[in-house]
Structure formats: structure tokens, C-alpha cells
Design a binder for this molecule. Structure first.
Ligand code: NAD
Length: 257
């Protein structure tokens, strides 16, 4: 599979799933634009490392996905893109009546509205080329719910809907839009929760992972960032030309329950 000559923008890609997706796209030959809201030496260092490792052009562009204008500016600064992966996301856990309004607003803005802005900015260029791939990183929580994650679940269900509408608006123009719905993926963010969970439940690492964290994931195995990246590369391949407006679950069976 070669994506040589294509440019991919991955939002929220200085860690976790975003970096994993960017890495798999670079491995497949695409030029990549990494992004987050920070502008640190390490962020630019990640771009240099990827470029060296895979021999593709890689840039880091700072833009805060909380702000619509910066979402649109990211696409403009990158000079458009062939592949857009909307991945940036945050989480907050609280009961609805205690849920801070600023957290609700930030989650809706970063996890959902940012994809509206980047998609709106990227589509004209994709239409001009007659080719484009938009991959939205949703979640098993885009298809099912859990208590105390109201904003996250509303945003992830929203991005599944946005993916369908985007697909319909560009159907037949060489552009597809789909949502990947991961279950639990072992990212640094998830890894960091393991020691606290071990303490809270008085369990060893393997037991807390299997019985607490992966209780709803029938495989009892985390998905990996490489698997999410590989699914993204598949959605950019010719085999996926007619796959549009749908969701692909990478969740060890969670949503089959
Ligand atoms: P992570 O915290 O490692 O990555 C989140 C990324 O988003 C980081 O690069 C961060 O810098 C970036 N980001 C946060 N706020 C931003 C902002 N305002 N502007 C730009 N970038 C911003 O977490 P992750 O687990 O890799 O999550 C990535 C995506 O995958 C999220 O959308 C998340 O909801 C989704 N997801 C994760 C899991 C999981 O188990 N890890 C499961 C399903 C879906």
C-alpha cells in the first residue's frame, strides 16, 4: 500500500493514537502534518524523527483545536491535505448535575466542533483534486454509553453523525469520510491510570487491566495505536473506495455485546 505523494493532517498527534496514526501513514509513504496546541521543542523533534525514519516530509503545526479559527488556520497553513484525520480529544468524568460547564464546552469544541471546522476547510481542496479521505477518530462511546461521561459520549455520537453527513455531501466525488470507533487503546493516558486503579482496587496490574479496565472489552486485550493507524491506512487504500459514511469498530467485541 503506498500513499506516496499524499499529505495527511492528523489533529492531536503529539502522543497516543494520533501519533500512532501519523506513524502508520508515514510508514505507508504519506507526508504528514503533526499537530497539537503546544509549541515545544519536543513537538518539532517528533516531526524530525518521523521524517528521518520514513523518508517522508513531516511538519509540526501548532493549532488549538478548542478554537474554530485555529482549526481552519491549521488546514490553511498546511496548504490543504489529501487525508484528514480528526483525532484530538479530551475527557472529563462527572455526573451531569456536577459536570462543569467549561468542561462540557471544551469537550464539545475539541472532540466534535474541531472536526466540523477542519472538514469545512479541507473539502474544497479535496474536491479540486477529486480525491480525499477523512477519518474521524470516534470511540466505542460513539455507539454506546456509560455513565458520567455525558460530554464525551455526546461529542462522540455527534462525530459519528458528522461523518455520515460529510460522506453524503461528497459521495461520488472521490472523497470518503468514516469514523473509527476504538475500544480501550493502550496510550500513555490510559497507561497512567493503571497504578491508581491498582491501588483503588487492591489488585495487581494484570487483574486490574482484565477485570476493571477491560471489563466491557470481551477480548480482554487493549487495542493498539498501530491497529488504529493500520485501520486508517486501510481506509485510505483503494480497497476502501466504496466504504463511506460508516463506522469501523476496533474494540475487541465491546459493541457486539
Ligand atoms: P492522548 O491524550 O494521548 O491524545 C490526545 C491528543 O489530543 C494529544 O496529542 C493532545 O495533545 C491533543 N489535544 C488535546 N487537546 C488539544 C487541543 N486543544 N488542540 C489540539 N490538540 C489537542 O489520548 P488518546 O487516547 O491518544 O486519544 C486520541 C483520540 O482517540 C481522542 O479523540 C480519544 O477520544 C480517542 N479514543 C481514545 C481511546 C483510548 O482508549 N485511548 C479510545 C477511544 C477513542
Amino acid at each position: 500500500m503506498t500513499l506516496t505523494g499524499k499529505t495527511a493532517i492528523v489533529t492531536g498527534s503529539n502522543s497516543g493514537i494520533g501519533l500512532g496514526v501519523a506513524t502508520e501513514l508515514a510508514r505507508a509513504g504519506a507526508g504528514v502534518v503533526l499537530n497539537s496546541f503546544t509549541d515545544r521543542k519536543e513537538d518539532h523533534g517528533l516531526a524530525e524523527k518521523l521524517a528521518q525514519e520514513y523518508g517522508v516530509p513531516v511538519r509540526y503545526i501548532q493549532a488549538d483545536m478548542l478554537k474554530g479559527s485555529e482549526c481552519r488556520a491549521l488546514i490553511e497553513k498546511a496548504g490543504g491535505c489529501d487525508i484528514l484525520v480528526n483525532n484530538a480529544g479530551i475527557q472529563h468524568v462527572a455526573a451531569i448535575e456536577d459536570f462543569p460547564t467549561d468542561k462540557w464546552d471544551a469537550i464539545i469544541a475539541i472532540n466534535l466542533s474541531s472536526a466540523f471546522h477542519t472538514t469545512a476547510a479541507a473539502l474544497p481542496g479535496m474536491k479540486g483534486k477529486g480525491w480525499g479521505r477523512i477519518v474521524n477518530i470516534a470511540s466505542a462511546h460513539g455507539l454506546t454509553a456509560s455513565p458520567y461521561k455525558s460530554a464525551y459520549i455526546a461529542a462522540k455520537h455527534g462525530i459519528v453523525g458528522l461523518s455520515k453527513t460529510t460522506a453524503l455531501e461528497v459521495a461520488g466525488q472521490g472523497i470518503t469520510c468514516n469514523a473509527i470507533c476504538p475500544g480501550y487503546v493502550l496510550t500513555p493516558l490510559v497507561e497512567a491510570q493503571i497504578p491508581d486503579q491498582m491501588k483503588a482496587h487492591n489488585m495487581d496490574r494484570a487483574t486490574v487491566v482484565r477485570e476493571v479496565m477491560l471489563a466491557r472489552q470481551p477480548s480482554r486485550q487493549f487495542a493498539t495505536v498501530e491497529e488504529i493507524g493500520g485501520t486508517t491506512v486501510f481506509l485510505c487504500s483503494p480497497a476502501a473506495n466504496q466504504i463511506t459514511g460508516t463506522t469501523i469498530s476496533v474494540d475487541g467485541g465491546w459493541t457486539a455485546l
